[in-house]
Design a protein around this ligand. Sequence first.
Ligand SMILES: [Zn+2]
Length: 416
Amino acid sequence: MSIPIQQIAAAVDADRLWTRHMTMAKFGALPGDGVCRQAFTAEDISARRQLLAWAKQHGYAAAADAIGNLFVRRPGVDPALAPVLTGSHMDSQPRGGRFDGIYGVLAGLEALNALDTAAAETQRSIELVAWTNEEGGRYEPGSMGSMVFSGALELSECLALRDADGVLLEDALAAALASTPGIESRAFNFPIAAYLEAHIEQGPRLEAENLSIGAVTGIQGTRWFTITVRGDTGHAGTVPLAVRRDALQGAVAMVQALNELTTDVDDIVKFTVGRFDVEPNAPNSIADRVVFTVDLRHPDASILMRLGDAIPERCREAAPRCDLEIIETATNLPCEFDPAVVAAVEDVARELGLGCMRMPSGAFHDAQHINALCPTGMIFVPCRNGVSHSPAEYADPKSLAAGTKVLAAALYRLAS
Ligand SMILES: [Zn+2]
């Protein structure tokens, strides 16, 4: 028997949802409301254990796959049917906030709880997933868990990665898996009926429009590059400029050339150099090695590919004396979400009386990779001043609850 979605929305417990956010924020808490909870660290492991403790409290079975993605299951009437999935990630940026990623996981958990409270039966099981290493700050690429799950990335390629301290991903992953013993093992890429991910917007549009819900239509594409520039070090006071191979001057010229390459009066191309490491990094030594990153984004695949492909030549031209090594560490092509899932989000929001607009996502998300496997969509909720990837990131309890109501009701429809 089907029940009105208003009844499911009313069963969402905003206080419990908020309290769980504050509990999770303690794992890796930084001064000023920040969070540092990078993949497979002790803080990430604490969050994993906490999630499974809550799942157990509510009688949900848990499972993990070989890259450490966690699955929590609310069984449907017919457990043989492919489940509907919801979730996001629990890892954070090194100086991240309390809501990016973890919101989608906790909203998913609260949605399962609300369906229980409302005694809402679904034909299909609904599974909450916490994807491993979405941020990619410790081990690149980001979205690693959903990429390995979907087959876009091989597990074997990930195992050999090392973090900045030389820790092998294989070892860090083994420790994370060992921290949640006794749960079922899951295969990659099992059949999924639909995937719906809730996330804070990480941009200013919903707040500016005074709307509660973004029905996300798709995600722009991203290409990441790590660029290593090599020159020769020497004394800053004695080596003649004419013979120098200054890696820092070379890198600065490259960044300038790439700024020109990616100039866009319409502000659609997004080009960012977020990391810049200089060696030996001394005031009176010429730099002999610079490593910098490029994050390039565009919603149009052909433009994204053209601009990214032009990067090596532009860099070489900008500093012909330096040696250059360019590695592309991540490629996420733009995606469009399933129209039926986007419409389901919009319909539910309207029926619950919540202001909603359709919008694309500027940030990448795990949903980008799951979109290749099944009908997929996302729900955005506003965050203060659009700030994210920062300790100042904030979403108020009411906004978090509104997104969770839409999530719970949409999951109910997708799984019925
Ligand atoms: Zn995120």
